[in-house]
Ligand binder design. Structure first.
Ligand code: GDP
Ligand code: ZN
Length: 461
């Protein structure tokens, strides 16, 4: 495919030591060559691919030196877009980088639309749709765990799995087709049924497995909705502050994909916590008092994690007990705070109330126990298989919707075979499953969907 040459600033807005203007397209190298002056009159069109060059950017109209730059030159197809790509590294700061962008635009590049670099990678067959979406997830990924999920998808793990399932379906359909053509053999019908059932069940199991990872994927992407509950003065605000201070935002720098600074987020050992505003309050004081056990249960049900805080230096009260009641059956970590003070709480009773929930003692004042708390949070969500890095998580809502639809049509196929409906009806369900799975990786996708998807990207990606 042939496209015009696009350019954009591919570093995040704001300050930073360097900024990068990226060009992609047939004219990328010639445009750069016209505005670049290197020591010894080196010509960009003659240097080897994938090399970086020091020099100056010149305003062609005046011949004046505009910027000191490093230019990296990458010839297609071994580039992110599969086109010729030039990256101009200049000093950070809005004026410098805008001047560089203006110069290449004046020379004939077109300002890229949001996501257009990634869209080209897709259209040029460099990546499939699920990989393109993963790049988008990478840009938005908030923790390193979420980043791994996205990276796995960029590498095409999900695509491989989907392709395998589609292949299974195709082979099954082919098999059925052959048997329909030779109806004279008696055992053919029985065999067709058996194969159809086995293969369909296999495909459904795999789809089910993928859907089961979706919840975990969603958590990684969106954060674990977390509510801190406890009586007034037990230390809820202090806990919130401790978590925010201890856990810094993550900055990512993945070549070819994103140089975005990720927004601040409470990230506890790779588990993103989204501190939820429940009914307008992050930390929920006497929630049970105010709205009663039943209603607070409902509010708390929306949360993925509850941090229940108690005061070590105070007797347990009926309110404390009600909090346990309201949080029953949920993922709870019990925090007994203020261990620097005189003990008054009945720890045996606390342990009894906590049951299987994790129990941590802290002195937020003296910064004690915070590490243990973080370990408890991480342990809760990354124990066992869930923490395995090489798992294929599905975290994209479009993928989940398509998998759910595919699951329904494969179920239809299975119940069709079981109840003996005509084979051609079953074939329709199987074909539909195959199509739905195909949409995940961008086969048979309509143009408008593609535009919509890519316009969600940041500029310069
Ligand atoms: P909240 O009402 O539950 O949000 O409690 P705060 O976080 O506002 O804390 C109430 C008071 O307890 C404040 O004066 C805190 O400084 C104090 N506090 C918090 N954690 C500790 C602790 O571990 N030990 C001691 N001695 N005081 C604490
Ligand atoms: Zn408070």
């Amino acid at each position: 495919m042939e496209f015009d040459t696009i350019a954009a600033i591919s570093t995040p807005p704001g300050e930073g030591a360097i900024a990068i203007v990226r060009l992609s397209g047939d004219e990328a190298i010639s445009i750069a060559e016209r505005v670049f002056q290197a020591p010894g009159q080196k010509k960009l069109s003659t240097v080897p691919s994938h090399t970086i060059h020091y020099g100056h950017l010149i305003e062609p109209s005046s011949g004046r030196v505009a910027e000191e730059v490093m230019v990296s030159l990458m010839k297609g197809p071994k580039t992110f877009t599969r086109e010729d790509v030039v990256e101009i590294n200049c000093h950070g700061g809005i004026t410098a980088v805008n001047r560089v962008l203006q110069i290449v635009l004046n020379e004939g590049a077109r300002l890229a639309e949001p996501g257009e670099f990634t869209k080209r990678a897709f259209l040029n067959g460099r990546i499939d749709l699920s990989q393109a979406e993963a790049v988008m997830d990478l840009i938005r990924a908030k923790t390193d765990k979420a980043m791994n999920v996205a990276l796995n998808q960029v590498e095409g793990r999900l695509s491989k799995l989907i392709n395998r399932l589609r292949q299974e379906i195709l082979e099954t359909l082919a098999h059925v087709e052959v048997n329909i053509d030779y109806p004279e053999y008696d055992d053919v019908e029985e065999m067709t049924h058996r194969v159809l059932l086995e293969k369909s069940q296999f495909v459904q199991q795999e789809i089910d497995g993928l859907l089961r990872t979706a919840e975990q994927g969603k958590i990684l992407r969106e954060g674990l909705s977390t509510v801190i509950i406890g009586r007034p003065n037990v230390g809820k605000s202090s806990l919130l502050n401790a978590l925010v201070q201890e856990n810094k935002a993550i900055v990512t720098d993945i070549p070819g994909t994103t140089r975005d600074v990720i927004e601040e987020y409470v990230n506890v050992r790779g588990v993103p916590l989204r501190l939820v505003d429940t009914a307008g309050i992050r930390e929920t004081e006497d929630i049970v008092e105010r709205i009663g056990v039943e209603r607070s249960r409902k509010v708390l049900k929306e949360a993925d994690l509850i941090l229940l805080v108690l005061n070590y230096s105070d007797e347990l009260t009926p309110e404390d007990e009600k909090l346990f009641e309201a949080a029953a059956g949920m993922d709870v970590i019990v925090i007994v705070n203020k261990t620097d003070l005189e003990p008054k709480i009945d720890m045996d009773r606390v342990a009894q109330l906590a049951g299987k929930s994790r129990l941590v003692t802290t002195s937020l004042l003296e910064e004690q126990g915070i590490t243990e708390l973080e370990e408890a949070i991480a342990g809760l969500f990354f124990s066992g298989a869930v923490g395995a890095q090489d798992m294929t998580y599905v975290s994209n809502s479009r993928h989940i919707a398509l998998l759910n639809q595919a699951n329904r049509s494969i179920s239809d196929a299975i119940s069709g075979v079981e109840s003996g409906v005509p084979i051609d009806i079953v074939q329709i369900d199987l074909t539909r499953t195959w199509e739905l799975l195909g949409e995940i990786i961008g086969e048979s996708v309509h143009e408008s969907l593609i535009d919509q998807l890519f316009s969600q990207f940041c500029l310069g990606k």
